[in-house]
Design a binder for this molecule. Structure first.
Ligand code: ADP
Length: 590
């Protein structure tokens, strides 16, 4: 202000200015806040030091004293109407208004919050100028805009299950921010690292040669303007300038300007040294690629790489789970087939043995009878195992069909259990059955319930050498609980969670007989689950074990709750291909 020669200026020397203008100018020059004054009928400009950054090198100091409409011609369409408002006597205020200043670029995207208030003459009516306090909010507006893109990327990319979907979602998010991302393409490298494939793209040019779907890295020279091979080699971002002269013609989404610069960022996999691919992104022609813009794009690339890595991990986990399920299915089919094949010859062996045993005394030598009895007993044992395997694989394959019938479960259970009375007596064990009447019938498949009770009881006898066994049945709030307790050898705490697993047997556990396959409890658990029930075990080594089976009364099980393959309410489930009967005699063989 002091250095300028005002003597020939249309505003005249400052000492001739009116008192109101002098006061306003003094306020402006002494303020540390950016302030601009529009003075006189031509709205000539006076500003303070704090305002200089708005102008950049091209406008300062030429703008001092210049007529407003010319000096700020590029923003006049936006601010002209505000001057009209002030002229009409109304102060105005605007927040984060978008401007395109001729500053670091011919049209630089800038955001400003400012207020216009009238400078009135001493008569308090004549308008002598406009007092404008302003602050540039570009950094905050851009920061919020970019943060929102990054937040959306974080939310939407990481939840994708396939690599393609992750890339497509990422580009969809970037598409919503055309001001920072004029165009974007994601290329992923094949496993051999020799070919990059376009996985997703936003606002790519119409010319397919600019963004080929497949990009053999060895021939990168043929694919101007993208030096992907160089990025792959150095794993560093490359800035591609003067895009239009290199054949990359991209018009900015919201303006007629051509995009001049693009950035190719490597998509790095955190856990691996190899690259996942490349992120090619256009730089807004109205923003300088400064440190903030650059770090925003680095973060975008990081999100994309993270999304790709997550999706890849998910895909490989899914493939692994599918492979395991295949193995499991194959195992189930194998068990099922083998069990079938074993059963026929076993039955054919058992009947002649039974015929032999049925012969009157004397017809079979005594030592022969002993041997045949042994062969018969072991054949039955084998048949029982084969039958259990078959039951189990049927349930696994979802082919077990249960026929749930309303049953007086206390009575039925007591009947089943009573078959074990003589066995316990011979083994010198106490045997108590406490099954009082229940308030209502329970829906069970009777064959299945029989197998549950027989398996639990035969285990109890097998692993109890002194004391006794108790079978107790009681109503609970919404169903019934069967408790089979013994005073046997017990199960070590570490093994308790394992005992319901298929083929799990406790090492070194001594039972009444060595036979056993570890499938009994696994089958019991599956059968209980088919009834929407639960089974638990409590045990103390040397003190005994209690198995508790809880069942709902089951007037109608929830859809799908009746185990694999059954979806109808219990009463409607009728038998078709029912499980084979286990048989008390067979269970007692244990
Ligand atoms: P197994 O054919 O071996 O009896 P199960 O699946 O019926 O197979 O039982 C699995 C294991 O759980 C058994 O090997 C045994 O070690 C243990 N177990 C089951 N019931 C009892 C019990 N009442 N007391 C002690 N251990 C038991």
């Amino acid at each position: 202000m002091r250095a300028k020669d005002w003597s020939t200026h249309p505003l005249g020397p400052p000492e001739t200015w009116t008192q109101s203008i002098k006061t306003a100018v003094s306020l402006c020059l002494n303020s540390r806040f950016p302030i601009l004054l529009w003075l006189g009928p031509e709205l000539r400009i006076v500003y303070n030091n704090a305002y200089i950054p708005f102008l950049g090198e091209t406008k300062h100091p030429a703008m001092l004293g210049a007529p407003g409409r010319e000096a700020w011609s590029e923003i006049w369409p936006a601010i002209g109407p505000m001057h009209d408002e002030v002229r009409a006597g109304r102060a105005t205020w605007v927040e984060d208004l978008q401007f395109f200043f001729a500053r670091r670029l011919p049209l630089e995207e800038v955001y400003v919050t400012f207020s216009y208030s009238p400078i009135l003459a001493e008569d308090a009516r004549t308008l002598e100028g406009v007092f404008c306090v302003c602050t540039e909010t570009t950094e905050r507006v851009l920061g919020e805009r970019r943060l929102s893109t990054l937040r959306d990327l974080g939310l939407r990319v990481s939840e994708q299950r396939t690599v393609d979907a992750a890339c497509r979602k990422a580009v969809e998010v970037l598409d919503a921010n055309p001001l920072d991302i004029p165009f974007a393409a994601i290329y992923l490298l094949d496993e051999d690292g020799a070919t990059a494939r376009r996985t997703a793209g936003a606002r790519l040019s119409d010319d397919p040669s600019t963004f080929p779907t497949v990009f053999p890295l060895s021939e990168h020279a043929a694919h101007q303007p993208w030096p992907l091979a160089a990025v792959a080699r150095t794993q560093k971002a490359v800035e591609v300038r003067n895009l239009p002269s290199r054949g990359g013609i991209f018009t900015a989404p919201l303006w007629p300007d051509l995009v001049q610069t693009a950035l190719i960022l490597p998509l790095e996999m955190q856990s691996q040294s190899a690259l996942a691919g490349f992120f090619i992104v256009g730089i807004s022609p109205r923003r300088v690629l400064d440190a903030d813009y650059r770090s925003f794009l680095d973060l975008v690339a990081g999100h994309i790489a993270g999304g790709v890595a997550d999706a890849r991990a998910f895909e490989s986990e899914r493939r692994r789970a599918e492979a395991l399920a295949d193995i499991d299915r194959a195992k189930t089919i194998f068990f099922s087939n083998v069990s079938h094949e074993f059963r026929t010859p076993l039955t054919l062996m058992i009947s002649p043995l039974e015929e032999l045993l049925a012969k009157p005394e004397g017809e079979l030598p005594e030592d022969g009878r002993v041997l045949v009895t042994m062969a018969h007993r072991n054949s039955l044992r084998l048949l029982k195992l084969v039958n259990m395997l078959l039951d189990f694989s049927r349930i696994e394959a979802g082919r077990a069909q249960a026929a749930y019938e309303p049953t007086d479960l206390s009575r039925f259970t007591a009947e089943l259990a009573s078959n074990f009375g003589s066995l316990c007596e011979r083994a010198g064990l106490r045997f108590d059955i406490a099954c009082p009447p229940l308030p209502q019938p329970v829906y069970v498949d009777r064959d299945m319930w029989e197998k549950i009770v027989l398996n639990l009881l035969s285990n109890a006898i097998k692993y109890t050498f002194e004391g006794g066994i108790t079978v107790r049945m009681a109503a609970t709030t919404d169903g019934v609980a069967l408790r089979v307790s013994d005073t046997g050898i017990g199960i070590p705490t570490a093994d308790l969670p394992q005992i319901f697993k298929r083929f799990h047997r406790i090492e070194g556990q001594k039972g009444r007989s060595f036979e056993g396959s570890g499938i009994g409890l696994a089958l019991v658990q599956e059968l209980v689950h088919l009834h929407c029930g639960i089974i638990t075990a409590e045990s103390k080594v040397g003190r005994g074990t209690t198995f508790t089976v809880g069942l709902p009364f089951g007037t109608g099980l929830p859809a799908g709750g009746a185990g694999r393959g059954s979806t109808l309410p219990v009463p409607h489930l009728r038998a078709s291909g029912r499980l084979r009967r286990g048989g008390a005699a067979m269970a007692a063989q244990r």
